[in-house]
Design a protein around this ligand. Structure first.
Ligand code: ADP
Ligand code: MG
Length: 234
């Protein structure tokens, strides 16, 4: 509880409604969502020592409340296998961001382990003027970006609603283990949808959530990116 208020209060006191990846993950972890362990490094040396603690390979990402789409800005480096690669990635990210977002307030770089590949899914929460919070579910990558293969439900959601919502997308067979891919633990994803539904009901100050991507496995799932946006203060 203390942490949750901490994250929201800190953003508010800085006049921000966008939480960083690290702050968003902290908040969602408290909602019972599995997020990949992520730590902030404020220097190149710190990025290297955190990477050593986590164990290689790792991922580095820009940590800035002013950079919403991190990879578009050159702010994500995947699969780093040595301290040397981490150091180089740290410098590379800061150089790219200072070019693309010269005004950005930079907290540092977030460090996390490289997650085992899974089936990429996304879950989002937005608020509809008429219906209030709405959950979205879809498969990651081009299925969402190009084909818009997603389903929606109004909060609150039961586990049964969540099950229907997942089975409603056209790409559902991909979750059942298409062409040798591992079948996904769908019941676990249903639990995620219900937990997020409960979370937004209990936290009306949250305006938007974007978990993109989540790696879904045959035993659970892991969110590797998260973004939370708060309501503007009234
Ligand atoms: P953004 O959406 O802001 O561009 P992401 O954090 O989603 O940045 O990273 C971009 C992509 O990198 C993700 O879609 C995912 O495919 C990959 N990725 C990010 N974090 C990890 C991780 N910890 N392990 C493996 N792949 C990752
Ligand atoms: Mg993302």
């Amino acid at each position: 509880m203390a942490t949750k208020l901490g994250v929201i209060d800190k953003a508010r006191s800085e006049g921000r409604s966008l939480l960083t990846e690290i702050e968003s993950k902290e908040l969602l972890r408290e909602a019972g969502i599995s997020v990949i362990d992520t730590k902030l490094a404020a220097s190149r040396q710190e990025a290297i020592s955190i990477s050593r603690q986590f164990g290689f390979p790792v991922v580095l990402k820009i940590a800035s409340p002013d950079v919403v789409h991190k990879s578009d800005a050159g702010g994500v480096k995947l699969g780093l296998r040595t301290s040397k690669q981490v150091g180089k990635a740290y410098d590379g990210i800061l150089a790219a961001i200072s070019q693309k977002h010269p005004q950005a307030m930079i907290q540092g770089v977030s460090v996390q382990r490289m997650a085992r590949p899974g089936v990429e899914v996304i879950i989002g929460v937005t608020k509809d003027a008429q219906f209030g919070p709405v959950l979205m579910f879809g498969l990651g990558g081009i299925l969402v970006e190009i084909l818009k293969d997603v389903s929606f439900r109004i909060v609150p959601l039961t586990k049964r609603d969540a099950g229907e919502m997942i089975r409603q997308i056209k790409g559902y067979p991909l979750l059942e283990g298409y062409r040798g891919q591992e079948p996904v633990d769908v019941s676990n994803l249903e639990d995620w949808l219900v937990k997020l539904s409960d979370f937004v009901e209990q936290n009306p100050e949250v305006r938007e959530i974007d978990l993109n991507p989540i790696f879904a496995y045959s035993n659970g799932a892991l969110a590797v990116d998260a973004r939370v946006i708060l309501e503007e203060p009234s």
